[in-house]
Design a protein around this ligand. Structure first.
Ligand code: ATP
Ligand code: MG
Length: 268
């Protein structure tokens, strides 16, 4: 399951060929998925402890999705229980005046993960070829070269020891409508709702074009995209956690040896 959703560099995809629901892709049912997710989370917690202790690798995890696509919920569910000292979440909102006075990668580069750290991006530099493109915030002559700048930026991170995992949480337009309605119906979720989200929904098809081009242009050997069927939260959580766990296993983090001779130590 873990690399079922990983795109291959150079292999063109159409979003309409990909699924927003993972049901048929998984051998079990919701209950088994939740059990397996709990087990995978425990593995993630253990691996992250080692990763932090080893202080050797860097891991960057990028989440992109339409509004109500589940970025917040995924981050909350998947990373619950990790050592917060070793995981930093960064949410990228509309750029500030100072950020806009710099190049688009300036605010991103400042917060990429340091050694031993897992950096989680809730939205990212990809907004600069998504929302910015769809709403013509800058002309095409400005946003189009960004795919290549992004690939080179991610290459730099990779060559400097950063493993990069990128997840597009792919939901259907119908699922977005249901989630917006839930937010409207529940006063405790009103804060999650904004009229702006409805405006963006009108541009759904344009967003899909922008996502598709982003996925095709920015799937590289050093930073592949994963398209996760995200209508069902239980499938989404399991697929993402397994991918992260497998990636960490490949890095095989080890607790560092203590160089002192501890066998003679007496605590008085
Ligand atoms: P939630 O999903 O919980 O609503 P959110 O990530 O949508 O969280 P908001 O504060 O609602 O958070 O929205 C952030 C907004 O900032 C989004 O509409 C996003 O598209 C926008 N944004 C992020 N980066 C950029 C950028 N580089 N240029 C323009 N807009 C951006
Ligand atoms: Mg929002």
């Amino acid at each position: 399951m873990h690399d079922k959703h990983r795109l291959e560099p150079g292999k063109h995809i159409w979003l309409t060929d990909l699924l927003t629901a993972g049901k048929g892709l998984y051998e079990g049912n919701k209950a088994t998925a939740v059990t397996e997710f709990t087990a995978a989370r425990k593995e993630l917690i253990e691996l992250q402890n080692r990763f932090y202790a080893e202080d050797k690798h860097k891991l960057l995890i990028v989440f992109q999705a339409m509004d109500a696509g589940g970025k917040d919920g995924t981050i909350r569910s998947v990373f619950r229980g990790v050592n917060p000292q070793g995981v930093r979440v960064h949410s990228f909102k509309a750029p500030s005046k100072v950020e806009l006075a710099h190049d688009f990668l300036w605010r991103i580069h400042q917060v990429v993960p340091a050694r031993g750290m897992i950096g989680v991006f809730n939205r990212s530099h990809y907004e600069d070829v998504l929302v910015v493109r769809v709403h013509n915030i800058v002309p095409e002559t400005v946003w189009r070269p960004r795919y290549e700048y992004i690939n080179q930026f991610e290459k730099l991170l990779h060559d400097s020891g950063t493993t990069i995992l990128k997840f597009f949480l792919y939901i259907s337009k119908e699922e977005q409508a249901e989630r917006f309605q839930e937010r409207l119906d529940d006063p405790q979720k009103h804060w999650k709702f904004s009229l702006e989200d409805l405006e963006k929904r009108k541009f759904w098809d344009d967003y899909m074009v922008a996502y598709e081009e982003m996925l095709n242009r920015c799937t590289t050997p050093w930073a592949p995209w994963h398209v996760i069927p995200a209508d069902q939260k239980w499938y989404r959580n399991l697929a993402i956690t397994r991918t992260i766990v497998n990636t960490l296993k490949e890095l095989n983090p080890q607790y560092p040896e203590n160089t002192d001779d501890l066998s003679q130590v007496v605590i008085e």
